[in-house]
Design a binder for this molecule. Structure first.
Ligand SMILES: Cc1ncc(COP(=O)(O)O)c(C=O)c1O
Length: 366
């Protein structure tokens, strides 16, 4: 079976984890946490960094650090993994869903602007499936309406607009290091910000609201959202190869693009010319009349594991009430797209086999 995604762990990962084990620094204190934070910071314009237990918890902390709570509205895309919407809800604020663009799969100023009301306090911008949302335009809109902007970089670390890297645009940016992400620590996340006060407050909140100067003194209510030294050890081994991993992954995506190039039925995910995207999951959109379930099952029979795209958020029962008339692109893209195997260790023959099999499965239907 060719899996949809598997991490590639290096010898350094093994040696760093062994070091944690042999020194007993296996919990949420230890050198690897500081080293991982420092490395992430260096890769992102020296923004201050706090690692967390996941991107989900990073998003929760980012929203709290922006003082989001009951009575506020926060705009986010309908086409996203559900974590940002769940975290907005957890603060007591109301998530407001906007549509995405068909070419980028991301929210844009045109889809965000109609959703702004006098209760809107923030936008959670999700960089979707390796493509960045148009941050310069969104930041300008945010400034005009005095909105906080949180970037969810889970699916596009390393992506760029005008040589500025994802995660350096918003007030706070949140990263995921889950095992199917471009860089992994097993489970894990991070918040980055140019504002040291924000990151300090996030470090307090992630650690039970405990003062950093006076141990066991808790000036605010907090959580245990910490990352362990073991996770940071794996994470460090990955981001030490940040540019190599992105480069290797790009060469895989180039093959997908090449092999699908002459097929007019299958639309491989497109990158706008203003965005230097990053390869996360190979994503194709199939013709309207084809049956995605059938295609996934045909590929499975050949030992190729594929994944349907996430459902639009408003199709989840807790969020049915957030459905609105403007979510057409989100619905179409979500229902007609699938992700193909995307691990960093795929070779050319495997990619040729996968693309040929997708073409055959679709040709059989239409
Ligand atoms: C856009 C986005 N945000 C947040 C998350 C949640 O990340 P984590 O599993 O690290 O909490 C994901 C996970 O897939 C995601 O795709």
């Amino acid at each position: 079976m060719i899996p949809v995604f598997e991490p590639t762990l290096t010898a350094e990962a093994h040696s760093y984890v062994s070091e944690c084990m042999s020194t007993n620094w296996i919990s949420s204190q230890g050198d690897f946490i500081t080293k991982f934070e420092t490395k992430l910071s260096k890769l992102h314009e020296d923004r201050h960094c706090a690692v967390t237990s996941s991107c989900t918890t990073a998003l929760h902390l980012a929203l709290l650090a922006c003082d989001i709570g009951p009575g506020d509205e926060v705009i986010c895309p309908d086409l996203t993994f559900i974590a940002p919407v769940n975290m907005i809800s957890l603060t007591g604020a109301k998530p407001v869903l906007c549509d995405v663009e068909t070419d980028t799969f991301c929210m844009s100023v045109d889809t965000i602007r109609p959703k702004i009301t006098n209760r809107t306090k923030a936008i959670v911008v999700v960089h979707a499936f390796g493509h960045l949302a148009n941050m310069p335009e969104i930041l300008e809109l945010g400034k005009k309406y005095n909105l906080r902007v949180i970037e969810d970089v889970a699916e596009a670390p390393g992506g760029m607009i005008d040589n500025k890297i994802a995660g350096t645009f918003g007030d706070i940016s949140c990263f995921s290091f889950f095992a199917n992400k471009i860089f992994t620590s097993g489970e894990g996340g991070a918040c980055l910000s140019s504002d040291d006060k924000i990151i300090e407050s996030i470090k307090i909140l992630r650690d039970h609201g405990m003062s950093m100067e006076k141990r066991y003194y808790h000036p605010v209510i907090g959580f245990n959202y910490r990352m362990t030294n073991l996770q940071a050890a794996i994470g460090l081994s990955q981001v030490e190869q940040f540019h190599e991993i992105i480069h290797r992954r790009k060469s895989i995506e180039d093959l997908y693009i090449k092999f699908f190039k002459d097929n007019d039925k299958i639309k491989y995910r497109h990158y706008a010319d203003w965005c230097k995207g990053v390869f996360w999951l190979a994503t194709v959109t199939i013709p309207e009349m084809s049956d995605r379930k059938h295609i996934i099952s045909k590929l499975m029979d050949k030992g190729i594991e594929c994944r349907q795209m996430v459902f639009p958020v408003h199709e989840a029962p807790p969020y049915h009430k957030l459905a609105n008339d403007s979510l057409k692109n989100s619905i179409f893209i979500s229902h007609k797209s699938l992700h193909l195997p995307s691990s960093s260790n795929l070779n050319k023959e495997q990619i040729q086999f996968i693309t040929d099999s997708v073409v055959t499965a679709i040709d059989e239907q239409c």
